[in-house]
Design a protein around this ligand. Structure first.
Ligand code: ZN
Length: 160
């Protein structure tokens, strides 16, 4: 009986360890790590679903879509600098569009959510989902379009 109980306890311990390791693997590349619960508590509802669940805000709905103030944009989750206003342009898509970003803080990954591969853009400090990159940007500059959810960003104004 004693041996039987010990086996049960061991299985329990091994089970917990496996779960723990899985979590570390998922978030090991990001400097900023928080529990899902904490993200949900700290972020506005829409920002939480965009950044942490890769939701896409409806086109023409975001506050930075038709917005051209001088300044820069940081990650709404962790304040890392992501985009400059001078690289923002009107793509007509309904989402804030940039022809380039701050590669020090960007991660280019791939998702297959709608059946074909797309370049997914994430904040490489907290792993927050920002949007996608397409190859239909301005041909005079980079040819790239970083299509970003407003809810993933926070604007910082530069005052002259
Ligand atoms: Zn971030």
């Amino acid at each position: 009986m004693k041996k039987f109980l010990l086996t049960i306890i061991l299985i329990g311990l091994i089970g917990c360890k496996t779960n723990g390791q899985k979590e570390v693997l998922i978030s090991k590349n990001y400097i900023i790590k928080k529990s899902d619960e904490l993200w949900k508590k700290e972020l506005p509802n829409l920002s939480y679903y965009v950044l942490r669940k890769a939701y896409t805000e409806p086109a023409f709905s975001g506050k930075y879509d038709n917005f051209y103030e001088k300044g820069y944009y940081v990650c709404k989750g962790c304040n890392s600098k992501l985009y400059d206003s001078e690289n923002k342009y009107d793509s007509g898509s309904g989402w804030p569009s940039f022809d380039r970003g701050n590669d020090d803080n960007l991660e280019y990954s791939v998702d297959y959510k709608i059946g074909y591969p797309r370049v997914e853009l994430k904040c490489n400090k907290c792993g927050g989902h920002l949007g996608h990159m397409f190859e239909d940007g301005p041909i005079k500059t980079t040819g790239k379009r970083h299509c970003i959810n407003s809810a993933a960003l926070k604007f910082i104004q530069i005052k002259n």
